[in-house]
Ligand binder design. Structure first.
Ligand code: ZN
Length: 699
């Protein structure tokens, strides 16, 4: 059953049961703004779909492509979506203002027509309905696609040629960098704002003095001088804004020939081979000045003379090659093992070696942000502990038993390989047998049976081709690098496992040697000490492609960075509530395996410090003071008199838990619980301490 459309192309019920898609597109944002009427027309296609018999709710509009250029379909998700829907046989009709607009690029166009033909989808524009499965319609569609492509090509050529001609006369108005203005009559003048001019001149002058863009950036930052910026976004006029200096901004100032008064067209070129999928703007390559297609001097008023511009470029290149030499990669003398292969786990930049704590200990320092903005260092990781950890991992990975395991695994792979060889031989044999049988069958048939003979001949041919195919595939498979290890290889690997630790620790092995050895096995190490408090996260990327993650407890300066802070706090609070004094709490923490921020055992003083920080009073309640029969409650002063020390010593003992006591209210005297045994023990302690040294205060 079919319904005839006004243009005699039959629409089937099956097609109408599927969806109709209206594909709306304009190539550029400018077209969207200025040719709104065209967009209107495209939306009018919905009506056409309804007129062709599709219920309105089954007409979908794809207009994701508004503002995206059509030259590459890979940038247009709307087009991809359409293709996907067609391939799922969900689309009965595709409408576009001109069917040929659907895909400008020839290859895409053919793909679309082909798919529509395969899945029985109709195509329509404002005038006609096409059935891509019908020969004549296909021909028409193919032609209009080709014409559209030719038109695009011509358009491009004309545009480029026009721009080029105008550029050659210096008449093509290029975007001006900050520091210049284009007057109403089209001529270009220096920015009237004197401050903008002065700052740009200062940047050039400072580069002449200091010799690097980074030094200029630091100079401007330290002097508190921002740089003028003009962003060419949004509607004109683009106002000048002031932003803190950045190295990249200084560089773009130095590299722009406009400041030398020179008009240049074609400084960059698009290299399609460098385009990365998913990155829309990559592939732009800067040309060296010698290759600029148009370079006219003295077109604009200049900030610097041309020869200074040329000198600056040479200097920048020299800086860059010096920087390239200093790039990570070459092992250098120095303590830090990971120098050159340490990477920042936060921003991905290479980490350099630095010294921290007044030059006392080496650190891996991520200075990318510092180089670009002069801002704070991204992160610093102390080198020693990380080096020890990585060294440990390396030696563990190359331990004799580990290497033996690896060799065993390789042997297993070898066996698998042999099994596969056998499989291939069987496959070959079967194919040859089939061919032989087909040959015999063909030879047995009588020549009079021409039809039969022809069929059998065909089968024989097919079988022969299959043999050829299998042989070819086997050959290719065999050519892949095999896993066959010779006996010598295996022995060498075992020996490596045994010798590596010896070699590593040998006194004749220098630091540089160790770094080289390390790099044979480890490609890079990612470091991050911001992932978890008090710990360093590291990821070792091995040369084999494997990656392993590790955590390291690091030395911290304060408890706020302590890794187990929550656990420690919980313990201290619960022990404190239970009425334990600082000394007891410290002992409990130590036996539970906790350590202080500096990695030492807790003592009463450390617990006192934490209690102060968390606002916990000295001893919980007066009820905990309940003296036993042998104990009595006296004032702190009395206790001092009995034991023979100053009251301050009593307070200290109370603080660290050597004595039990309570201050009922702030300002009142302390009550101390003592027993004759405690007094005697403290008196002995004091006597001993005095004998050891009479000078030191007693604790
Ligand atoms: Zn970083």
């Amino acid at each position: 059953m079919s319904i005839l459309s006004p243009l005699e192309t039959p629409i089937t019920v099956q097609q109408q049961a599927r969806l109709a898609y209206v594909y709306v597109r304009q190539s550029t944002m400018a077209q969207v703004v200025h040719h709104g009427e065209s967009t209107e027309l495209q939306y009018g296609l919905v009506e056409r779909a309804v007129a062709l018999g599709w219920p309105r709710e089954r007409v979908r509009v794809i207009d994701e492509d508004l503002g995206q250029s059509a030259a590459w379909a890979d940038q247009r998700s709307g087009f991809q979506q359409l293709i996907a829907e067609i391939s799922l046989a969900r689309v009965g009709l595709v409408l576009s203002r001109e069917a040929s607009r659907l895909a400008r690029n020839h290859g895409d166009w053919h793909r679309l027509v082909e798919l529509c033909g395969l899945f029985g989808t109709l195509l329509a524009d404002g005038e006609r309905l096409y059935d891509p499965s019908a020969y004549h319609d296909r021909l028409l569609l193919g032609l209009s696609g080709m014409l559209s492509e030719a038109e695009l090509h011509q358009l491009k050529l004309r545009l480029h040629a026009g721009a080029r001609h105008k550029a050659e006369r210096g008449e093509l108005h290029l975007g001006l960098p900050v520091g210049f203005v284009r007057l109403a009559d089209g001529t270009v003048d220096l920015e009237p704002d004197q401050e903008v001019q002065a700052r740009i001149r200062l940047a050039f002058q400072k580069f002449a003095d200091l010799g690097s863009a980074r030094a200029v950036m630091h100079y401007l930052r330290q002097s508190g001088l921002p740089l003028p910026v003009r962003r060419r976004r949004g509607p004109e006029p683009h106002p000048v804004t002031w932003e803190p200096a950045r190295t990249s901004r200084v560089l773009s100032l130095l590299k722009n020939p406009t400041y030398a008064g020179t008009y240049v067209y074609g400084r960059t070129v698009l290299d399609p081979t460098r385009r990365q999928p998913g990155q829309r703007y990559s592939g732009v390559v800067r040309r060296p000045p010698a290759q600029w297609p148009v370079c006219l001097h003295d077109v604009y008023p200049a900030y610097i003379p041309w020869d200074e511009f040329v000198r600056n470029q040479a200097r920048l290149r020299a800086n860059q090659s010096r920087y390239a030499e200093a790039q990570p990669g070459v092992p250098r003398q120095g303590r830090a093992l990971l120098q050159g292969i340490a990477r920042c786990g936060r921003c991905g930049g290479w980490m350099g070696l630095g010294y921290s704590g007044r030059g006392q200990y080496p650190v891996y320092r991520c200075a990318d942000a510092k180089a670009e903005y002069g801002s704070a260092t991204c992160q610093e990781v102390r080198a020693e502990a990380v080096d020890v950890a990585v060294e440990g991992q390396l030696l563990a990975a190359l331990a004799p038993d580990q290497v033996a395991l690896a060799v065993a695994a390789l042997e297993e792979l070898e066996q698998e390989d042999r099994a596969l060889h056998h499989q291939w031989e069987l496959r070959q044999e079967r194919a040859r047998y089939a061919a032989e049988r087909a040959r015999r069958q063909y030879q047995l048939v009588e020549p009079e049976h021409r039809l039969v003979a022809r069929t059998l001949e065909g089968q024989w041919e097919v079988a022969l081709r299959a043999v050829e195919q299998v042989e070819h595939e086997y050959e290719q498979w065999r050519r892949q690098p095999g896993l066959m290890l010779s006996r010598a290889d295996r022995e060498a690997m075992r020996a490596l496992g045994e010798n590596f630790p010896i070699l590593w620790h040998a006194p004749t092995t220098t630091v540089v040697d160790r770094k080289r050895l390390l790099r044979l096995v480890i490609r890079e190490v990612l470091l991050d000490n911001h992932r978890a408090r008090g710990q360093v996260w590291l990821q070792i990327n091995w040369q084999t492609g494997a990656a392993t993650e590790h955590w390291l407890r690091r030395c911290v300066l304060s408890y706020t960075q302590h890794a187990d802070l929550e656990d420690v706090e919980q313990q201290v609070r619960s022990l404190h509530t239970a009425g334990h004094v600082d000394g007891e709490i410290a002992a409990a923490l130590n036996s539970a395996g906790f350590r202080t921020a500096h990695g030492r055992a807790f003592n009463g003083r450390a617990v006192w410090y934490l209690r102060q920080a968390w606002g916990l009073p000295a001893v919980a309640t007066t009820t905990s003071l309940e003296p036993t029969e042998s104990e009595q409650v006296i004032s702190a002063e009395e206790a001092a008199g009995i034991i023979g020390v100053w009251p301050t010593t009593i307070y200290k003992w109370l603080r660290i838990g050597r004595l039990r006591g309570v201050q009922v209210r702030s300002g009142l005297s302390w009550k101390v619980v003592v027993s004759p045994a405690v007094i005697a023990a403290l008196q002995v302690h004091v006597a001993q301490a005095r004998r050891v040294t009479r000078r030191l205060p007693i604790t």
